[in-house]
Design a protein around this ligand. Sequence first.
Ligand code: CA
Length: 530
Amino acid sequence: MIQLISSKCSNGARLTMRLSALFWLRCLIVGLGCLRGEMTLAAEASRPNIVFLFSDDHAYQAISAYGDERKLLATPHIDRIAKQGMRFDRCLVTNSICGPSRACILTGKYSHKNGFYNNTNSKFDSSQTTFPKLLQGAGYQTAVIGKWHLMTDPTGFDEWHILPGQGVYYNPPMIHNGQKVKHEGYTTDLITDFSLEWLKKRDPSKPFLLMCQHKAPHREWSPALRHLGHQGKTPFTEPRNLFDDYANRGLAVRDQDMTIEKTFTELDAKLKTPGSLNADQKKVWDAYYEPLNKEFRESQMSGSDLVRWRYQRYMHDYLGCIKAVDEGVGRVLDYLDEAGLAENTIVVYSSDQGFYLGEHGWFDKRWIFEESLRTPLVVRWPGVTKAGQICDEIVSNVDFAQTFLEAAGVTAPSDMQGASLIPLLKGQTPEHWRKSFYYHYYEYPQPHRVRPHEGVITAQHKLVRVYAPEEPYFELYDRKVDPAEMKSFANDPAYAETVETLKGELARLRAELDVPAETPREAFGNAPLK
Ligand code: CA
């Protein structure tokens, strides 16, 4: 254009025109620069906040939005996230135990890649790349408040206020940005209080990641004083397989140490008072439990009556803990509404894994079976996820990191092993979404004598390989004909082809995920295997 103008003018006029054209060109460049600046600001404002509400050992059977047939309790606030967003019905963990699940979530990698195999001798290598570190590097404010349980200090967080180890339910010592502190009160309420305090004091000009991680409802399941006796006189419905005889399955299922019948302790049953209560709290506690305990002791109960009594006590305590978690979720949701943050904040509720609420006669987790393999996951993301959606695709805690990174516009490292859930959250299932999933549990023999096993899971089947300390053997479960997983079909000729196909799939997934041919000895923990 400059050439065109200049060719039609005299020299003097040409120079003027050239200068003028240069002026306008400069204006255009500056203008574009301003526009680009505005776009950056606009992008900054639109990057979503992430509130990750997390608990420890929260079974999906104990979330009313999941509609368990036992209807154990109402969780109106967690349900609110599901109603306003998406409920994932098959969120599977890679290794069903506390520390390993947390390490998997942070790194987007399986235990054999992030090095955190078990709760016995694993220590998290905090120099690894994690999604909070990447978000912090991209300008997010980051905080983790509550249970950490990875043996080394958190990295990648502007603020960390964590329980040492497992933590206690009452009056917890905590570590606040490296300083030991001691608090008075019920731990679940305090974790919510500190999370809200951080939300209120953060820099409002930046997007944020808050990981609010409850200790509850982890064993020994001590409820808040206000929830003692919460169920009234109505007994909790028992699971159909409370008295599983472990027939039709292998040695591992028979020879575990996690039954309500044999493994439940006096502290689990609250026949002992937890040590962390102060004198005033203990008075209220004992006023509830002591008369009931006296009645129990006088009854001299045994056999199936004893199991039934313990199940009722277990459900009272475990579900009581969840009531406080759910109330805390409600307080955080209310704050997001009041502060005008709800529209641009992804809210996630999940747990580090599922849990047995008496199914197979068990408490605890660890197994590839549905109750511990599946973890609750509900996500609310206004403007992206439509309200009231249900997703039954296989998703996993190994997907969380890549999901959060994509939401924040940060490229995920290529060695992360999951997949972003964002297409699913938008209601679109990618054509090549996973149809099978690899699972691997290691910790043995302490504390619950669950043998190391790996397996492949599909919508219908589960092929399990139990491989230590005895010779390996396979089991096959068919959830379509046997949803409670009470029988292995591995030796049934009618399933021979399915077994072979799934063995091939197991080998394919092992290769894809780069699982070592032999499990390193330290993965099992410190104790001798036999
Ligand atoms: Ca846990």
